[in-house]
Design a protein around this ligand. Structure first.
Ligand SMILES: [Ca+2]
Ligand SMILES: [Ca+2]
Ligand SMILES: [Ca+2]
Ligand SMILES: [Ca+2]
Length: 407
């Protein structure tokens, strides 16, 4: 999207002015609807004037620079002020007024230097946030053409670069470098001649919510605006930006030049929007299978997992044959090639072998015999006398006559 250039300054967020006038409630309701997108209802989280000779907010952390009647002046690399907002802001805006900006003077090819940013993590090393997963909005002076390379190039120009990064580029799970960059305006654009406009006060506003960011630069009778859409990584556990740290000054990155030397920061403000339509982070129980949830971690939202051999339950189409792990071993059956359980040659010849009819083989009933086989086998060799043998044979005959016939 190309910068939208307006001929006249648009109004920024209307300021709430003290007034004795009280509007009727119905009129207030109408105004509330009409003004639902403006920041008049936003909460002012930071309001720091730096042209009063001090950084008075308890959240100020000032390094280097110097105060003067126009504001706090950058002395060189490392001059910076960090403001810690009272809480992380999912939807809000920051508004910084500065002057004495000439991003061309003193610049060298290859430089771009952040001089305004709102970060999710603490701005630990002058260049990026603390290295944790990061969301940030930055305004950088882009000076890649400063040494006189004669090519107008969107990437190499004396522009202010507004950029939003929904995730730190050095985190693989973020899928690379999901950033949105907008360059506004370029040297030579209406109202933009940095060197001849050192006295102009510019106000840069960057606003954010879950879906993207909007950028605005106002000054010298013109307003430039642009929008950018976040490129949130898929599966981001919490799509809400949590911007908390406001940085102004001279970022030490991007080369050793000092072309932001003498930049003067006049005023810094931060707002939290009164409404934020950002979806809350995924939770188990929110009715949607989202985030990193699975049937295993959140059956409540994702539904029960399908039956699986090894899940500890004999379910689905599982049987002892297909999943002994869950269903237990199958009971002995005739035909499983093992003479097991209560199987005998009589009940399961297939596994136990055929009975050898008429043979008294100790311990194994044959067809047409009964349990007396063991006794017979034991006695035949030890009991003496033909009478005893006859008596035992007679007893066997009686027993056979009492046994039911096999079908
Ligand atoms: Ca102050
Ligand atoms: Ca869920
Ligand atoms: Ca199972
Ligand atoms: Ca068997």
């Amino acid at each position: 999207m190309s910068p939208q250039i307006l001929s006249a300054a648009c109004s920024l967020e209307p300021r709430a002015r003290p007034s004795r006038f009280r509007a009727p409630r119905s009129a207030l309701a109408i105004l509330a609807v009409l003004g639902s997108s403006v920041a008049s209802a936003a909460t002012l989280l930071l309001d720091e004037a730096l042209d009063d000779g001090a950084c008075n907010s308890s959240s100020c952390s000032v390094s280097g620079g110097s105060y003067g009647s126009r504001g706090w002046k950058v002395a060189g690399a490392g001059s910076k002020i960090m403001f810690t907002l009272p809480r992380a802001v999912a939807c809000g805006s920051a508004e910084v007024t500065f002057t004495n900006l000439d991003p061309i003077a003193g610049g060298t090819t290859g430089e771009y230097v952040n001089f305004l940013g709102v970060y999710e993590g603490a701005h630990g090393n002058n260049w990026t946030a603390s290295g944790n997963e990061e969301t940030s909005l930055q305004v950088a002076a882009n000076c890649d053409r400063c040494t006189g390379v004669a090519l107008p190039d969107a990437w190499r120009d004396e522009r202010l670069k507004f950029k939003g990064i929904a995730c730190s580029w050095d985190h693989p799970e973020c899928g690379g470098y999901p950033a949105t960059n907008r360059y506004l305006p370029a040297q030579g654009a209406p109202g933009i001649n940095w060197a001849s406009n050192l006295a102009v006060q510019w106000t840069a506003t960057i606003a954010w919510d879950c879906s993207g960011a909007s950028y605005k630069l106002q000054g010298n009778g013109s307003t430039w605006t642009a929008n950018g859409t976040w490129a949130w990584p898929s599966g981001n556990p919490d799509p809400r930006p949590h911007l908390r740290y406001l940085f102004v000054g001279r970022d030490s990155s991007g080369g050793a030049g000092s072309y932001l030397k003498d930049l003067i920061i006049v005023h810094a403000k931060a707002f939290e929007a009164s409404t934020c339509n950002c979806a809350p982070p995924p939770q188990c129980g929110d009715g949607t299978c989202n985030g990193a949830e699975t049937c295993g971690s959140c059956a409540q939202d994702c539904g029960a997992c399908p039956p699986r051999c090894g899940d500890g339950t004999c379910n689905g189409v599982e049987t002892c044959g297909s999943c002994a792990q869950d269903c237990g071993a199958c009971p002995p059956t005739c035909g499983d090639d093992a003479c097991d359980g209560a199987e005998t040659c009589g009940s399961c010849a297939r596994d136990c072998g055929a009975c050898d009819a008429g043979t008294h083989d100790a311990g194994r009933p044959d067809a047409g015999e009964d349990g007396a086989d063991a006794v017979l086998g034991g006695c035949a060799s030890s009991a003496g006398g033909p009478l005893a043998a006859l008596l035992l044979l007679a007893a066997g005959a009686v027993a056979r006559s009492r046994r039911p016939r096999r079908p």
